[in-house]
Design a protein around this ligand. Structure first.
Ligand code: HEC
Length: 224
């Protein structure tokens, strides 16, 4: 039996769906799929810490001694109790003065230019089997411990967002910090950048016999 009330309800619902869909499609730049990420989702991705000034370091802190126990539990199996490296896993300490040797030993102490980068790296990538499982406090503590293994900070050092950027790493000055290529220092131009009178084409390769007429064996493969 045809039920007029149900019929109207059904078409009402369809019409409503269509209006919502077309309203969404009409929004500029909106493709009608995906969802806006939540603040928590963005925070999960936005974990980078800048090396030179530590921008991005989170709240929290950790001491050398706390780091020692977390390191023993979660890191020593691969990196050795004192960062000496088990088997072929990387050393995290030592190697000072070896960078010019035939077999250099680049470690946090002998090579890395910035202490905040150590926080970033551990937080992002370690422990290798289960990254992103450490609390910020544990990562700070591990950072403090590894810096202490390298004799860069004293035993009572506490790592946090204030203290890490102040550390001068032993190899910092061996890096080249200014790029001498002139175009890397150019200021980006955002509007009215081309002065039409400033650029004059004075010569071109065209007609100067610079481009060979044949280009070698591949010529034979060109359609005749
Ligand atoms: C299963 C073995 C394993 C465990 C456990 C592990 N790591 Fe690593 N770690 C590695 C390997 C392999 C690399 C080299 C990765 C690469 O170069 O891509 C590395 C690299 C590192 C580096 C960078 C070394 C350098 O100079 O480039 C640091 C720092 C580090 N790990 C710290 C830690 C800390 C802290 C823990 C404990 C929370 C930990 N790792 C646990 C295997 C491990």
């Amino acid at each position: 039996m045809f039920n007029w009330a149900e019929h109207r309800l059904l078409w009402g619902a369809i019409a409503l769906l269509m209006t919502t869909a077309s309203a969404a499609a009409a929004e500029p730049g909106h493709f009608g799929y995906g969802t806006t990420p939540t603040a928590a989702q963005i925070a999960g991705w936005d974990i980078d810490v800048r090396g030179d000034d530590g921008v991005g370091l989170p709240a929290g802190k950790g001491s050398v001694s706390q780091g020692e126990s977390v390191f023993a539990d979660q890191c020593a199996a691969c990196h050795g109790t004192f960062g000496e490296g088990e088997g072929r896993f990387p050393k995290l300490a030592g190697g000072n003065g070896t960078l010019k040797d035939d077999r250099p030993e680049p470690t946090v102490g002998s090579y890395w230019p910035f202490a905040p980068t150590l926080f970033d790296y551990i937080n992002r990538a370690m422990p290798m089997p289960t990254p992103h499982t450490l609390s910020s406090d544990d990562v700070y503590a591990l950072t403090a411990y590894i810096l202490n293994l390298n004799n860069i900070v004293p035993n009572d050092f506490v790592a946090d967002r204030e203290s890490l950027p102040k550390i001068k790493m032993p190899n910092h000055d061996s890096f080249v910090w200014t790029d001498p290529r002139p175009d890397t220092a150019a200021k980006p131009c955002m509007s009215a950048c081309i002065d039409p009178g400033a650029v004059k084409i004075t010569a071109t390769a065209e007609g100067n016999g610079l481009t060979p007429k044949t280009t070698g064996p591949l010529d034979n493969m060109q359609p005749k």
